[in-house]
Design a protein around this ligand. Structure first.
Ligand code: NAD
Length: 269
């Protein structure tokens, strides 16, 4: 087992869309930090099982199927998680998709699919998590928060994105859903925050980094000069899920190599 700070020891966490990319990296990092991890997947059970196998080498984990857009499946997943692990400390609402198209060609199905997964899916999971936090009334000592929710947003919660109006609208929605929810439950010691990744090397944006030309164009947008890795986001998630960030709620942590510094403006003009 790698020598890591087991800062999440004794906690339980459910990560949606955890069979690949950022969700997978967060599940693995949470497991390495000592949490028992629920690995949610929609269709790739084998990939989810591989993540579980990795975590159980030194900890506890199980795979949970659910399409996060389906209310009944989400409720059933939380019930199964609570039956397996007894309680919930941390939700990471990570599942997300893109369906890019110029506006005149964007179908209602493209629009709805993205809003359904990226925004409604986060609402359904956050609501179920809040209910689970409230049901236990008090976090087991020495934990300070009753529960933590981390929404995986995007730099496109603030950066407009042509040809992806569905995606940008969904992430802008996540921003105010997160803040409104944080305001509503802060007095109960429930913390709600977002992570806004920039360009991270995963399947969702493969076209943006898979060729040298695409990568070069992408890096024009990243002052720090490299593409992000899923582990960059995972390390931030571990911190946001831990008591080390106990006074942080209602905020978006940008993990973007400076993409939101608008590097196009860095010249003197
Ligand atoms: P990814 O495609 O590897 O991961 C998305 C995951 O969500 C997949 O495992 C997929 O199966 C799952 N998923 C999709 N629909 C689902 C549903 N209905 N129910 C349950 N699971 C579902 O890509 P990723 O980059 O790891 O994306 C993870 C999150 O990070 C997304 O919310 C995405 O918008 C966000 N994000 C990614 C980047 C990036 O550069 N990669 C940047 C900003 C934000």
């Amino acid at each position: 087992m790698p020598q890591v700070n087991r800062i999440l020891r004794g906690q339980t966490a459910l990560v949606t869309g955890a069979s690949s990319g950022i969700g997978r990296a967060i599940a693995l990092a949470f497991g390495a930090a000592g949490a028992a991890v629920g690995v949610n997947y929609r269709s790739d059970r084998k990939a989810a099982e591989r993540v579980v196998t990795e975590i159980v080498k030194h900890g506890e984990a199980a795979a949970f199927h659910a399409d996060v857009t389906d209310e009944r499946q989400v409720e059933a997943m939380f019930a199964a998680f609570l039956e397996r692990f007894g309680t919930l400390d941390i939700l990471v609402a990570n599942a997300g998709i893109q369906r890019d198209a110029p506006i005149a060609e964007m179908t209602l199905a493209d629009w709805r699919a993205v809003l359904d997964v990226n925004l409604t899916g986060q609402f359904l999971c956050a609501r179920a998590a809040i209910r689970a936090f409230r049901a236990r009334k008090q976090a087991p000592p020495p934990l300070r928060a009753l529960g933590k929710i981390i929404c995986i947003s995007s730099v496109h919660e603030v950066i407009p994105w042509a040809y992806r109006v569905n995606y940008a609208a969904s992430k802008g929605g996540v921003m105010l859903m997160m803040k409104s929810l944080a305001q509503e439950v802060a007095a109960e010691k429930i913390r709600v925050n977002s992570i806004a990744p920039g360009a991270i090397r995963t399947d969702i944006n493969r076209a943006a980094w898979a060729t040298p030309a695409a990568l070069e164009a992408l890096l024009e947008l990243v002052p720090y000069g490299r593409i992000g890795e899923p582990e960059d986001v995972a390390r931030a998630a571990v911190w946001l899920a831990s008591d080390d960030s106990d006074y942080v709620t209602g905020t978006t942590l940008f993990v973007d190599g400076g993409m939101t510094l608008y590097p196009g403006f860095e010249g003197e003009g």
